[in-house]
Design a protein around this ligand. Structure first.
Ligand SMILES: *[C@@H]1O[C@H](CO)[C@@H](O)[C@H](O)[C@H]1NC(C)=O
Ligand SMILES: *[C@@H]1O[C@H](CO)[C@@H](O)[C@H](O)[C@H]1NC(C)=O
Ligand SMILES: *[C@@H]1O[C@H](CO)[C@@H](O)[C@H](O)[C@H]1NC(C)=O
Ligand SMILES: *[C@@H]1O[C@H](CO)[C@@H](O)[C@H](O)[C@H]1NC(C)=O
Ligand SMILES: *[C@@H]1O[C@H](CO)[C@@H](O)[C@H](O)[C@H]1NC(C)=O
Length: 400
């Protein structure tokens, strides 16, 4: 009896320590960069390329020919109807899509842009096991990747943080992280960035991939309540402070390019839909944007709640080639937002789970950088699992 309970508490202690260790790894960048920040501002000199949240992982780099390709998956919705034939068959189809697309596209990096799991249908005891199935193809084809999370990833039996921890536990190819404590608000830990270098040995990255957590869904456990569906205003301050660290270590923000991924589109995207033009904004437009389809749009009183994030992103992040979202499975278009002049693109519904019509198809969005110059344009298009491509545009200064 006492032996059992000792063994049990040792086991619990091990689990506890492992969890603390993992959490510390996830926020690894914080103590180091915070210390460096003080040092840099005291001595007022650059620390020279030491800002690296992934000291133990391979650097993400452009190819020798100066190109870099990202393949964006979105809205997998694994785990629908686990007790029926419907859910497992959808998941098998989504896995098949990944196993077709990854070797054929051969990307340098992949993104999963939210709603990995339909949390409503998962069980407390094994909900994050679905993460293992989702990441397996990336490991199999050795493609580094990172995830954002969506409203269906925050439910009674699952949270964004649990998915992030599981992903890092089961895949050595995952670059997904969480923000320092206090950043992101309720249910929104998934704010972080991934540096991309022109060459392995360079001191400074030429491209930053930013990931933001637009939250939504429900809080875990009994007495679950709805979670706000916008990027929290604490993220605005964090964008500013991270940008300062980057400038101190790497030089002016203008010397880097950027892309931003966030599951739920910023609310301002709603106003773009009425101005779409088939030539410059090709791609499906089957979801009418309205209540719940963009950030802070579920209730009228939430209007404007995503603006601190949106303003900070557009103020501090330079050469922002595009902001990319999922959530609305029927839309694929890109369009330039008229106030900040930034390009917004939907990605492509990749999961056979989640709402949608079979005629919309299932696929991915590719983004190809054709040079390491942060001012140069980026080619982007949609590819379906059968190989069909469409909606190709170049994201550059001429894009309208
Ligand atoms: C899975 O894919 C097959 C082949 O495209 C299709 O016939 C079937 O309906 C799909 N199943 C589900 C549940 O989406
Ligand atoms: C959550 O998990 C528990 C335990 O497996 C299960 O009884 C319940 O149906 C699940 N779903 C919800 C929405 O509570
Ligand atoms: C999770 O557990 C439920 C019942 O406890 C089972 O039906 C389901 O297949 C399990 N799912 C996974 C992914 O292991
Ligand atoms: C949930 O609400 C019930 C009724 O108010 C309460 O008795 C219970 O303690 C609450 N559970 C938790 C985990 O807060
Ligand atoms: C649509 O865009 C194309 C190319 O940007 C432009 O030439 C054309 O005039 C636009 N059409 C309308 C109706 O605005």
């Amino acid at each position: 009896m006492s032996n059992d309970s000792t063994a049990c508490s040792i086991h619990l202690m091990t689990v506890f320590m492992t969890t603390i260790f993992l959490l510390m790894q996830l926020v690894h960048a914080v103590p180091i960069t915070a210390a460096k920040h003080n040092q840099a501002s005291l001595s007022n000199i650059r620390t020279g390329g030491n800002l690296n949240p992934y000291p133990d992982m391979p650097r993400i780099t452009f190819r020798r020919d100066g190109t870099f390709k990202i393949t964006v998956f979105s809205d997998f919705h694994f785990g629908e109807g686990p007790e029926t034939i419907w859910g497992p068959e959808q998941d098998a189809n989504s896995t098949r899509l990944m196993r077709i697309v990854l070797p054929e596209e051969n990307p340098d990096f992949a993104v999963i842009n939210g709603d990995l799991i339909t949390g409503e249908n998962t069980f407390r005891e094994n909900s994050t096991k679905l993460v293992d199935q989702i990441v397996a193809p990336f490991d199999e084809f050795r493609v580094p990747f990172a995830s954002s999370h969506g409203n269906h990833d925050n439910q009674v039996n699952i949270t964004h943080l649990e998915e992030i921890i599981r992903e890092r536990q089961v895949s050595s190819f995952s670059y997904t992280r969480s923000a320092p404590p206090g950043v992101g608000g309720e249910g929104g830990p998934g704010n972080y960035w991934v540096p991309v270098y022109a060459n392995e040995e360079d001191h400074y990255p030429v491209l930053i991939l930013w990931f933001f957590d637009s939250r939504g869904g429900f809080s875990p456990g009994e007495n679950s309540t709805s979670v706000p569906d916008w990027v929290d205003s604490t993220v605005a301050e964090w964008i500013e402070s991270e940008s300062t660290l980057m400038e101190e270590d790497w030089g002016p923000a203008e010397s880097r390019g950027a892309l931003a991924f966030v599951h739920i589109p910023p609310r301002v995207v709603q106003s773009l839909q009425s101005t779409l033009n088939h030539t410059s904004n090709p791609g499906l437009n089957e979801d009418t944007l309205g209540r719940g389809s963009t950030q802070a749009s579920t209730q009228d009183s939430d209007a404007g709640k995503d603006e601190p994030f949106w303003n900070a992103l557009n103020k501090y992040v330079k050469n922002l080639h595009a902001v990319i979202s999922g959530h609305d499975h029927g839309n694929e278009w890109c369009s330039r937002e008229t106030d900040k002049k930034v390009i917004f693109c939907f990605n492509k519904h990749s999961g056979y789970g989640g709402y949608g019509e079979y005629s919309w198809g299932f696929g991915i969005r590719n983004l190809v950088f054709t040079s390491t110059d942060p001012k140069d344009g980026v080619d982007t298009w949609i590819r379906l699992d059968g190989g069909e491509t469409r909606a190709k545009v170049v994201l550059d200064d001429n894009y309208v």
